[in-house]
Design a protein around this ligand. Structure first.
Ligand SMILES: *Cc1c(COP(=O)(O)O)cnc(C)c1O
Length: 378
């Protein structure tokens, strides 16, 4: 069945006990057993919970994990990153993007590094640079595409080849694209990571994450780690993400259409020095984005003329776009990564331009969004 249909039905059959059309929020920590060790698949909610199972099953379906694969839902995107980190051992080497999500950079540089994991930041738009950064101890290549906040595109086919040549796993943070626009497992990725806080949840009302794989051994290892380390979402949070996923396709269509409108407006405006959107023909990897993505997504970055002061002024002057971290919700958000989401990266190889503004374009009427930016640019 097609994506939109699976988003609504996979993992979400009517409740067997009552026929409820919507997956119930199973608010229970434990499950009665018929005899010691004799149960219906659920013993304890850290190990498994039916609301979470529904979410994991639909995520596995949408990412194309196949019959042997699976998904593990986590308490946040960073909890998913931490679980992926548990796959690494002291002495293992990891390659991360040189404009990785700030939290990923913080976790790798301050947590994994303290446990003996070596890392290198590389330009993931350049397969040669990633191949050069990988060595005999490289166990994982970590890719975001589009990257946050510079919206660079990594060639997933090439990244899979580079990672596998090095004997490493390829982990793709698919938060920005969502499985509606891009399915990394089909291009050779071993692991897909999500912050479900963003587009999958879609309403800025919950924090969550997930890891998805098509590899049966890796799926089993992830389930073991999920239970052993315990960073699970509660059933209400799992329900909110499940509910969000049902409308993912229609939301992503509108996010993309609105982002294209906003990018075109900014691109033609003298008060703007640079616009970064993969859907613009001027984006250096527009053709690659068109090849591996079904659309260009809802994120737009730009640099107003006038430097960091101008960026701070514009970001403080919008009224429809709310000045806030995070992204992927129905409401439009504006932020300055250098002083907000990417503050942890300042002074490092991952530092982003101080005058860069990042927009998460919501699903409001595009005329209102353009008018808001027009006013704020002054
Ligand atoms: C937000 C985000 C994360 C971290 O997810 P949380 O849910 O905030 O823990 C990881 N990667 C990307 C690309 C993100 O945008």
């Amino acid at each position: 069945m097609e994506f939109e249909t699976r988003a609504i039905h996979d993992g979400q059959a009517p409740d067997p006990a009552t026929g409820a059309v919507v997956t119930p929020i199973y608010a229970t920590s434990t499950y009665a057993q018929a005899a010691p060790g004799e149960h219906g698949g659920y013993e304890y909610s850290r190990t498994a919970n039916p609301t979470r199972t529904a979410l994991e099953d639909v995520l596995a379906s949408l990412e194309g994990a196949g019959p042997g694969g699976g998904a593990v839902a986590t308490a946040s995107g960073m909890a998913a990153t931490a679980l992926a980190g548990y796959l690494l051992r002291p002495g293992d080497h990891l390659v991360i993007p040189d404009d990785a999500y700030g939290g990923t950079f913080r976790f790798v540089s301050q947590v994994l590094a303290s446990q003996g994991v070596e890392w290198t930041a590389a330009d993931v738009t350049d397969p040669g640079a990633v191949a050069a950064a990988a060595g005999p101890s490289t166990a994982m290549v970590w890719v975001e595409t589009p990257t946050n906040p510079l919206l660079r595109i990594a060639d997933l086919d090439a990244m899979a080849a580079v990672a596998h040549d090095a004997g490493a796993l390829l982990c793709v943070d698919n938060t920005f694209a969502t499985p509606y626009l891009q399915q990394p497992l089909a291009r050779g990725a071993d692991l897909v990571l999500h912050s479900t806080t963003k587009y999958l949840g879609g309403h800025s009302d919950t924090v969550g994450g997930a890891l998805v794989t098509a590899d049966p051994d890796l799926a089993e290892r992830l389930r073991f780690l999920q239970n052993a380390a315990g960073p699970v979402p509660g059933p209400f949070d799992a329900y909110l993400v499940l509910r969000g996923i049902k409308t993912l396709a229609v939301r992503m269509d509108r996010h993309g259409a609105n982002a294209a409108r906003v990018a075109a407006f900014l691109d033609g405006d003298d008060r703007v020095a640079e616009v970064i959107y993969p859907g613009l023909a001027s984006h250096p990897q527009h053709a690659l984005a068109a090849r591996q993505m079904a659309g260009f997504g809802g994120m737009v970055s730009f640099r107003p003329r006038g430097g960091p002061e101008a960026a701070a002024r514009v970001a403080s002057s919008t009224s429809v776009f709310l000045l806030a971290e995070s992204l992927g919700g129905v409401e439009s958000l504006i932020e300055v990564p250098a002083s907000m989401t990417h503050l942890a990266a300042s002074g490092s190889a991952l530092e982003v331009p101080a005058d860069l503004i990042r927009l998460s374009v919501g699903i409001e009427h595009p005329d209102d969004l353009v008018a808001d930016l027009d006013r704020a640019l002054g």
